[in-house]
Design a protein around this ligand. Structure first.
Ligand SMILES: NC(=O)c1ccc[n+]([C@@H]2O[C@H](COP(=O)([O-])OP(=O)(O)OC[C@H]3O[C@@H](n4cnc5c(N)ncnc54)[C@H](OP(=O)(O)O)[C@@H]3O)[C@@H](O)[C@H]2O)c1
Length: 431
């Protein structure tokens, strides 16, 4: 007697949805063996029925309204691959859970905004809300954190969580070109959206970080708690100076549990070029996790793309079909506890400071004076050549200090006549 199939409806048949449907058909035998029963698509929905999606949809019932499908189709599970924090995607997920169906989604924006409420709805109804694809695409980091490291107190997460930003920073270094120029190339290659703000301002990485921090620290997901600084002010000069100093510049998402509270931050970081995350180039993502028992582990792989993202969606489908599940964020939603946030101004870090200054005598002494007044000490100064009377970059590497000390120094430095532009400050990791 063959086992009862897991019947599923797929909402959204774009890049990811169409690939999920394709692989479910192409690898049905393998997936059935792994799940212990068939995973059978019965219903699908997207906006445009006439669109050719490169997959045969003729065997499935088509729905023009995805939210109605989620509520009414005779299925065990709904896969939400529409996208967007609210609107149709949110309606699909709420309707599916209300109707007693499990949900698999790749939607980080929705989870970062509504994760706690949706986890409550799922768990109170005895249903599963699975979202491996929402964080770092094809890297199974949700599973690693929630199941793989279940025996650890996780103290830290650092990740390259946005492939677009890493591609831009890598290409700037390899070619010496400017941020704007490389952003345009990323858009032409389809790595960056026409409106790139969501990626380059750090929002996308922040949402993924908030989800991981919830699992790691047992806190409610809160994207508003993530401090965001994007990569738009990183210049070709900064990248070249970083190289000279032995660093790479990466946009990192960092979440840590410290004595001062929970840190959640996304910002450019200078990181040793031989460190695991310092070596990640191009669109690749990577996540480094620190566990009390295991120590440090690093997971690397594609953070986006049809196949990579479908891989994670399929992993969730096989788990649910096989009867494997965990609470949405690792512990039951009622046990998630808000913990105090560590104030950024108390963060201790070494810093890279780039000033654009008029090349005249006494400039560096004035800057060093402002730093010294706030207890910030200089490790080294780099200046390329001299150009009397012109604006030149001066780079300072600063010893570890609290963020508030460097901020106070900067407010004085910005007032100096010899300083021509707003200074660029980049935190240096691991020193
Ligand atoms: N693409 C990636 O590499 C990637 C990686 C990680 C996570 N994700 C996440 O995966 C999800 C899907 O992304 P995607 O790249 O596959 O997006 P996509 O290519 O834009 O596909 C979205 C799909 O949703 C359908 N849709 C849009 N509005 C709808 C509505 N109101 N009702 C019903 N269907 C609607 C679209 O229909 P039409 O086709 O008819 O227009 C399309 O099929 C998002 O949450 C995204 O953040 C994507």
């Amino acid at each position: 007697m063959s086992a009862k199939p897991l019947k599923i409806a797929v909402a959204g048949l774009g890049t990811v949805g169409a690939e999920v449907v394709r692989i479910l058909a192409a690898d049905a035998g393998l997936l059935t063996a792994r799940a212990g029963r068939p995973i059978q698509v019965t219903d699908v929905s997207a906006r445009n029925r006439a669109k050719d999606r490169g997959v045969d949809l003729s065997a499935y019932t088509w729905h023009d309204d995805a939210a109605q499908m989620a509520a009414n189709a005779d299925v065990d599970l709904v896969v939400e691959l529409v996208g967007g924090a609210d609107g149709a995607a949110h309606a699909v997920v709420r309707n599916a859970l209300a109707a007693g169906r499990h949900v698999v989604t790749a939607n980080k924006a929705m989870l970062a905004k509504h994760g706690v409420a949706l986890a409550a709805q799922a768990e109170d109804g005895g249903r599963i809300l699975a979202y491996e694809a929402a964080v770092a695409g094809g890297i199974p980091v949700v599973k690693a954190l929630r199941e793989g490291l279940a025996g650890n107190r996780v103290s830290g997460i650092s990740g390259i969580l946005n492939g677009t930003c890493n591609f831009i920073l890598t290409t700037m270094r390899e070619t010496g070109r400017s941020f704007g120029d490389v952003l345009k190339e990323a858009q032409d290659l389809g790595y960056a959206e026409a409106d790139p703000a969501f990626d380059i301002d750090g929002n996308d990485a922040g949402q993924k970080l908030a989800i991981m921090a919830s699992i790691a620290f047992g806190i409610p997901v809160d994207e508003q708690a993530v401090y965001l600084e994007g990569i738009t002010s990183v210049s070709a000069d900064d990248i070249a100076f970083a190289d000279e100093l032995g660093y790479r510049i990466k946009l990192l998402g960092i979440a840590r549990q410290t004595d001062a509270g929970i840190e959640q931050r996304v910002h450019p970081v200078m990181i040793d070029r031989t460190a695991p995350l310092g070596q990640i180039e191009g669109v690749t993502n990577a996540v480094q996790l620190e566990g009390s028992a295991v120590g440090s582990i690093v997971l690397t792989g594609p953070g986006a793309g049809a196949g990579a993202t479908a891989s994670s969606v399929l992993s969730d489908l096989v788990d649910i079909a096989a009867g494997r599940s965990s609470p949405t964020f690792g512990i039951p939603h009622g046990q998630l506890r808000k913990l105090p946030a560590a104030p950024l101004e108390r963060l201790v870090s070494a810093f890279y400071l780039r000033l654009m200054v008029w090349d005249k005598p006494g400039v560096i002494a004035n800057v060093a004076g402002a730093l010294g007044r706030h207890g910030v000490s200089l490790e080294s100064v780099l200046q390329r050549g001299r150009d009397p009377g012109e604006v030149v970059p001066v780079v300072m590497v600063l010893h570890e200090c609290e963020e508030r000390a460097i901020r106070a120094s900067l407010s004085e430095i910005e007032q100096l006549d010899s300083v021509a532009e707003k200074p660029t400050l980049i935190r240096i990791a691991g020193r």
